[in-house]
Design a protein around this ligand. Structure first.
Ligand SMILES: Nc1ncnc2c1ncn2[C@@H]1O[C@H](COP(=O)(O)OP(=O)(O)OP(=O)(O)O)[C@@H](O)[C@H]1O
Length: 250
């Protein structure tokens, strides 16, 4: 069997003595789709920050493509093939959908006003493909700021895919989306897995269920349980620390 794409080995992070992550282990193989859930403060954001190099762990190692990422600058880690989508869309609102994608697939040296005219055919094809995977072909020339919140999220996911990372880290992509948009986002992420390795963090259980993938439950900075959504839901510990809370409230 080939070695994992990403391996977190006994990662601990201490913020002035407070352990945000403790001995956290996680393995992702190439092509995996993985969901990470956990109550507020469980350490989900810190865990992504460790992978992307924003936070240096106090202990442990992060191995990506068989090499340690520890101590490397964020932009270098990104260039090695790790892309991150933050909770709120980071798109250029005044540019069209097409122009946003043009920026992600090419590293423009020409002045921006000439960018679209100077794109190579392969980039134009790539932009068409990216618009098709997120269903935005009809919006190619629309200003990104005029898109719905869901469409903005998809545009940013497409921009991330345009950079062709091996690993996509997707942080709460369905917050504020309609049910229909949530379902479409789950289907989109499922379709990206295989060609890419995708790690998704979210709170929305219906969304996680629709992803239909292995789930890691984070609690107080460590992985409490890993399994399918149905296994996770039956686990007494998980029910106690997490699912129980939300279901009792319903
Ligand atoms: N820079 C920091 N300094 C001190 N404590 C921090 C820092 N960043 C995070 N923490 C603490 O570490 C714990 C984990 O935070 P983190 O943001 O990773 O959790 P989370 O699971 O992403 O939570 P949420 O779902 O609310 O976003 C929290 O108790 C938080 O208060």
């Amino acid at each position: 069997m080939s070695s994992p794409l990403l391996e977190l080995k006994k990662i601990s992070v201490s913020f002035e003595g407070f352990l945000a992550l403790r001995d956290l282990d996680l393995v992702l193989n190439k092509g995996d789709l993985r969901a990470v859930i956990g109550p507020n403060g469980a350490g989900k954001t810190t865990f992504l920050d460790v992978i992307t190099g924003k936070v240096l762990p106090t202990k442990g190692d992060v191995i990506f493509k068989e090499k340690s990422l520890l101590g490397q600058k964020e932009f270098r880690i990104a260039r090695k093939g790790i892309g991150r989508k933050f909770q709120s869309p980071r798109i250029f609102e005044n540019l069209s959908v097409q122009e946003n994608l043009a920026l992600s697939v090419s590293r423009p040296k020409t002045p921006f006003s000439l960018l679209i005219d100077n794109l190579k055919v392969k980039h134009l094809d790539q932009i068409q493909h990216l618009m098709s995977i997120v269903n935005l072909q009809s919006k190619a020339n629309i200003r990104a700021g005029a898109l719905s919140h869901g469409q903005k999220q998809w545009l940013e996911i497409a921009m991330l895919v345009g950079q062709d990372p091996d690993l996509l880290l997707v942080d709460e992509p369905v917050a504020g989306l309609t049910d229909e948009e949530t379902d479409l986002t789950a289907d989109l992420l499922k379709s990206l897995a295989g060609d890419h390795t995708v790690l998704v963090i979210d709170h929305d259980m219906e969304f996680i269920r629709r992803l239909d993938c292995p789930v890691s439950v984070l609690h107080q900075g460590y992985v409490l349980k890993e399994g399918s959504m149905s296994e996770i839901q039956k686990d007494p510990l998980v029910i106690e620390v997490y699912l129980g809370q939300s279901e009792e409230e319903e």
